[in-house]
Design a protein around this ligand. Sequence first.
Ligand code: FES
Length: 105
Amino acid sequence: TTITFIEASGRKVEATVTGETTLMELAVAHDVEGVLADCGGACVCATCHCQLDASYSDTLGGPGPIEAMMLNELLNVSEQSRLACQIDLNAELDGLVVTIPPVEY
Ligand code: FES
């Protein structure tokens, strides 16, 4: 499974998933700029905000209630906004493109 991150600067980072991981952990492991993940994946910091390719919406489903509450606090949110720590990666997400919005914290 390969995931492509696009940083706010426009730089692209391709990452291959090996084993069980979340989208946030994958981004951090590849030094993707703008994914700070301050809370370590506990869904309380929103510093792992990202925007996901709309064509994967059905596979991904929507944000959970706590995640949605955290997203509401952010400025650069769109329908595609998610918190990367809440996304478990699997083979169905191969080819996913993830845009990292400019950091606002
Ligand atoms: Fe803190 Fe995702 S890492 S909310």
